[in-house]
Design a protein around this ligand. Structure first.
Ligand SMILES: C[S@@+](CC[C@H](N)C(=O)[O-])C[C@H]1O[C@@H](n2cnc3c(N)ncnc32)[C@H](O)[C@@H]1O
Length: 233
């Protein structure tokens, strides 16, 4: 194990697990190692206090950390997880089974720009920790990340904003009227992502910092049908 670590293989790949939101998850080179910042996305959805039976979609589910944590922490929720990586989905299935939440988590292969038609208009919330690292940032990352995390989980394109542009309109199509979108942000991306979600018709935008004070989780709502203020009464 020490020899593997000396080659800069991540500790989590060597031991095969990572803790996320107080849960032990399987972890290996098939998907991104879950990060503590991403727990803020889980907390943002739990804070919505959605009613039993509400559906939440996770675009780019990777190891399944977000859907598993939400399924365990709020047993009334139904979760949908989408990823275009077959490897990541296989790991997500293992984590869903490990925590015994198969009956409430549905996983599907596909691009988050075109989620399954059966999911459209069903979701009270859509969450995503999309790839947001720029090509330039990626070349400067530590070997633990650059060599061992899948590049497609980190880099969406040269600007780092390509995934937000692709998934914002798709999220709108998935949400019920008044539904909430919660996105993890890369450092320094808050203003750009705010503009992207506003251009896609989202409103009531809130941005929360992570434990280091970096703006990290953006949440926004689509208008409720008929009366924008209806859900506040
Ligand atoms: C940053 S990782 C997040 C994984 C996991 N949700 C987490 O927080 O640890 C982004 C995930 O999005 C997936 N992904 C990237 N581009 C995608 C696309 N266009 N459509 C669907 N999934 C995509 C990657 O395979 C990867 O698993």
């Amino acid at each position: 194990m020490v020899e593997r670590r000396l080659t800069r293989e991540p500790f989590q790949h060597i031991v095969g697990t990572q803790e996320f939101h107080g849960l032990t998850l399987r972890c290996d080179s098939r998907a991104l190692v879950p990060r503590p910042e991403t727990e803020g996305l889980v907390d943002a959805v739990l804070g919505l206090e959605l009613p039993p039976g509400a559906v939440v979609a996770d675009l780019g589910t990777g190891s399944g950390c977000i859907v598993v944590a939400l399924a365990v922490r709020q047993p009334g929720l139904r979760l949908l997880g989408l990823d275009r990586s077959a490897d990541a989905l296989a790991l997500a299935r293992e984590n869903v089974a490990l925590h015994g939440v198969e009956d409430r988590v549905e996983l599907a292969a596909g691009d988050f720009a075109a989620p399954p038609e059966a999911w459209l208009g069903r979701c009270s919330a859509v969450v995503s920790n999309p790839p947001y690292v720029t090509e330039a940032e990626w070349s400067g990352l530590a070997p633990e990340v650059r060599v061992h995390d899948p590049k497609a989980a980190l880099v969406p394109g040269p600007s780092g904003l390509e995934a937000y542009r692709a998934l914002a309109p798709a999220a709108r199509g998935l949400l019920v009227p008044g539904g909430t979108l919660a996105l993890e942000l890369g450092a320094g991306q808050a203003d750009d992502v705010r503009v992207i979600v506003e251009r896609n018709g989202f409103e009531r935008i809130e941005i929360r910092p992570d434990l280091r004070g970096i703006p990290r989780v953006l949440s926004a709502r689509i208008p409720a049908v008929g009366n924008d203020d209806e859900d506040e009464r």
